[in-house]
Ligand binder design. Sequence first.
Ligand SMILES: [Zn+2]
Length: 81
Amino acid sequence: MAQNVDKHVLWFRQCRTCQAAIIWAVTVSGKRMPLDAKPEVRFILNEDTGTTSARKTYMSHFATCPNAAQHRKPREAATKT
Ligand SMILES: [Zn+2]
């Protein structure tokens, strides 16, 4: 199955906190999510035929960003006294 990714939907950017190259993509539920721009090649195994097909996969940048906490600031930020 060909996955036709519309290039216009993807935004190539830099993470504003760690400066890593990221891609803003859209989830199936319509939310924007940042991905690491560098893909990892993984293989999909078809257990019926014993064949594999390579797929590019991307990590969520929320998982790899060293400053991820800054991306989701809590509403009550720093109210400690
Ligand atoms: Zn980052």
